[in-house]
Ligand binder design. Structure first.
Ligand code: GTP
Length: 597
């Protein structure tokens, strides 16, 4: 296809503003999937996904569109991951296209992820077409939202397209806008091959499937290619476009988007943002700005039942096969036994993986306190990247410690603003900006990442009744007064509860932790001291008094079934407990002790 008849674009939106529904409509209206197959096809895809775990990239699709000017265009829609944790992947996929549809729910207006995503599109020099969705809703307020787009984002919204992705209203206007308002790609067919690796996923039948955008040159089935960052060489087995099912194609030229397979074993061998060229007569100049995505949040995952360790290893290896940004290595803990230290792109990423292990592999997990990477500068001049508070060197040898900071953007209705400011302030935040967009406030805070990793989302949601939206960006490292706080239960250190804290907040955190643990640890036949300490110094202490009575005593004699039930309950509870010295600590205690109110 000649370049003038190609348009490449992505859809940027806040979650739930209608990205998937619009994509479905575009596919449907252009007959990419015949009307009668639409439902079946999508359902089929879901069944397959469920049964065999195949990843279907439903929102990445090549569409043929006969435009009003009488010409037929090829439209390539690239799906971008929606969440902040995958910001780097989003920014790379944005580089692969020339324009974006900015979808905003006309009944809700601009949200934090609208902003984060549209800024990525602006950074990638995109032409942007604003699309106001859900105009069928009575609450839709087109004028107000247009004004908001102009005020907050600073782009012209006067020619925004008004649609209802649900009813199909306005979809033809979206297609015309793509053709007339987005630029055609540029590229040189005769230059050496240069293609960007946009995305990749694991398919149990095909192996690793790699999505590319060709910049220059032509790629064909059977070609020998080289990945410029990893240096790996492969032969192209299968070359296809997604419609959205795979359809084989002979070649892909400049401006085109498609997928290939090449007997690649692991997603890990494909780096998003890498440049692909021919093994012979390839280009010498890779695409600029490549950086691999790096995990920023770490935690330990341990099986509750030590017999599950091999199953956990199996689950983690399988998950890592399809997720190159998830890292893991074996870890042993005095208290928790064998487990894994895992790295994630962010909190949501951590939660997704943890939930999948528990649900899909049926393994009960103990998750240790999430930690960020601290830069520990030693007095002897050396530097240590600390991923695990348990590895913190002796404080007397440390010169100073730096921690990662983020820039957080929060959009919130006025009435909750006070609570949000308090929350950010409590988490050592520094306010950078506060502006208004209609009845909503937009606050920007500089926050330490470690204050955000545990339960910031949860707290934000609860203080704003779910009305706030949140997004963040990593900003770099800054020195602060950080120390390692240890927790001792019955004089035994519980390393899974060790954490790095700010010196000025250590007493408060320590006290809160001890109080929580006192509630969470069941009473034993003896007295149990619970302490928080920095170095050898105890900063907080609680005592759990001894249990005297038999638990079943209160079922005075008679009721046998009740007594039995109680014992069974106790037994079930036991399974989810871990032994620390002489003390049993329930699994929930680890998670709950770390939450702050
Ligand atoms: P994620 O995939 O979760 O990121 O969301 P999304 O942005 O893709 O939104 P999705 O298309 O899943 O739509 C979210 C909800 O809004 C769904 O319940 C849709 O049915 C509904 N929706 C989408 N478009 C419209 C519309 O034009 N009008 C109305 N009333 N509802 C819509």
């Amino acid at each position: 296809t000649d370049l003038a008849h190609i348009r490449n674009f992505s859809i940027v939106a806040h979650i739930d503003h209608g990205k998937s529904t619009l994509a479905d409509r575009l596919i449907q209206l252009t007959g990419t999937v015949a009307e009668r197959d639409m439902k079946d096809q999508l359902l089929d895809a879901m069944d397959i996904e469920r049964e065999r775990g195949i990843t279907i990239k439903a929102n990445t699709v090549r569409i043929e569109y006969p435009a009003k000017d009488g010409e037929t265009y090829i439209l390539n829609l690239i799906d971008t991951p929606g969440h902040v944790d995958f910001a780097y992947e989003v920014s790379r996929s944005m580089q692969a296209v020339e324009g974006s549809l900015l979808v905003v729910d006309a009944s809700q207006g601009v949200e934090a992820q609208t902003l984060a995503n549209v800024y990525q599109a602006i950074d990638a020099d995109h032409e942007i077409v604003p699309v106001l969705n859900k105009i069928d809703l009575p609450a839709a307020d087109v004028d107000r939202v247009k004004e908001q787009i102009e005020d907050v984002i600073g782009i012209d919204a006067s020619e925004a397209v008004h649609i209802s992705a649900k009813t199909g209203l306005g979809i033809p206007d979206v297609l015309e806008a793509i053709v007339t308002r987005l630029p055609a790609p540029k590229g040189d067919r005769d230059a050496p091959l240069k293609a960007m690796l946009v995305d990749s996923w694991y398919d149990p039948y095909l192996g690793v499937v790699v999505m590319i955008r060709v910049i220059d040159g032509v790629i064909r089935k059977g070609d020998m290619i080289r990945m410029m960052q990893t240096g790996a060489r492969y032969g192209i087995d299968k070359l296809s476009v997604l419609r959205p099912a795979m359809q084989d194609i002979k070649e892909l030229g400049p401006g085109e988007i498609g997928v290939f397979t090449a007997s690649i074993k692991q997603v890990r061998d494909t780096k998003v943002g890498d440049t692909i060229t021919h093994e012979k007569k390839g280009t010498d100049t890779p695409l600029p700005g490549f950086k691999p995505s790096q995990p920023v949040v770490f935690c330990g995952l341990f099986p509750v039942d030590t017999n599950d360790f091999e199953d956990l290893r199996d689950a983690i290896e399988k998950l890592a096969l399809n997720d190159a940004s998830f890292t893991y290595e074996m870890e042993t803990s005095a208290a928790l036994g064998f487990g894994f230290r895992c790295g994630f792109l962010g909190l949501l990423h951590l939660e997704v993986i943890r939930d999948r292990i528990e649900r899909e592999y049926d393994i009960d997990l103990i998750t240790t306190a999430p930690s960020v990477i601290y830069h520990v500068y030693m007095k002897d001049g050396s530097k240590l990247d600390l991923h695990n508070p348990a590895d913190m060197p002796d404080a007397t040898l440390v010169s100073h410690i730096e921690e990662p900071r983020i820039k957080a953007t929060i959009l919130v209705p006025d009435e909750y603003l006070g609570d949000v400011l308090k929350l950010c302030q409590d988490r050592r935040g520094i306010q950078e900006d506060l502006t208004y967009a209609g009845a909503r406030a937009m606050v920007v805070y500089d926050l330490p990442l470690n204050e955000v990793v545990f339960d910031f989302y949860d707290r934000l949601k609860s203080v704003t009744k779910g009305y706030a939206s949140f997004d963040y960006q990593l900003m770099g490292y800054r020195e602060d007064k950080l120390v390692k706080m240890q927790v001792l239960v019955n004089d035994e250190p519980v390393d899974a509860l060790s954490m790095m804290v700010h010196r000025d907040r250590a007493e408060m955190r320590g006290r809160a932790m001890c109080e929580k643990l006192k509630e969470l640890i069941p009473r034993h036949m003896f007295k149990i001291p619970i302490q928080a300490a920095i170095g050898g110094k105890v900063i907080a202490r609680e005592t759990l008094s001894a249990l005297r009575k038999d638990v079943t005593a209160k079922c005075y004699g008679g009721d046998v079934t009740r007594k039995k039930k109680l014992l069974e309950k106790q037994k079930a509870g036991k399974k989810r407990m871990r032994q620390f010295g002489k003390v049993e600590i329930p699994q929930e205690a680890f998670i709950n002790a770390l939450k702050m109110d």
